[in-house]
Design a protein around this ligand. Sequence first.
Ligand SMILES: [Zn+2]
Length: 275
Amino acid sequence: MTNCKDCGEKLSFLSTITGGVLCANCKNIYESKLSKAEEEILLRKKVTTQQLELLQNQKKKELIDLYFRIFNHFEADSEFDKAEIETLEKIQESLNLTNGDVKFDEYLRPHTYIYSTREENKLPIIDGLNIHGASPVILKKGEIIHYADSAVLKEMRSISLGYEGGSHGVSFTIMKGVRYHVGSHKGHIKRETKLVETSRGVLIITNKRILLHPSPRSKPISIPLNKVLSYNCFKNGIEIYKDGREKGYFFVIDKSGSIEIFGICLSYLLGQRAE
Ligand SMILES: [Zn+2]
């Protein structure tokens, strides 16, 4: 027989089979404490140790749901302020939620970059970037990394699509024993300009340049910030034009939050802050 974790009363058959550890009465009390804690977190933009201890007792899925309810509420009013960012980071850390659980890179991280540039007039710094399976990134003197994420470089290339309009030739007999051959011709080569993958690796933005740290057997790319003519952010990546080079570089990035962050960094570093 199992007893209620809080009051020690014998648990009903129903609460035992549904995996409960609290009796109906204590469960109600616990749930009202939970919703009160959540209300206070939203109101005060602050989370206390007692609140965290209370929240901890829930299943991971419930914790993730709670995180996103708070995230959405904070996001609804306007840009995130420092208290909101810190509260979410504290909740994530104290409740042992991973960056993957809360989709940190996609959701909260871009807000930390917006906050830093707007309120602190600086960009976050990434220390000790460690790229699994790649050689270390060699930085120049005084160079600091602001962001990095994996990317595939695509460039416009003229590619052959083979021959078009060719024929194999036909031959027919004009008179017995004489075959007349209408020669084959190859037509013309059809070409098309297309974005093709030319490298891949980790795209890094520093205070001095944009750098593609290549995967093995891929080519590195380094674009000093003072050579950036223009850039465009798209849903699937960033296009960068470099001074002295007709064709642009298109870096395909599959995380939407990362594209935003690269855009925020570029805009800040190139002094084009949209106010
Ligand atoms: Zn009880």
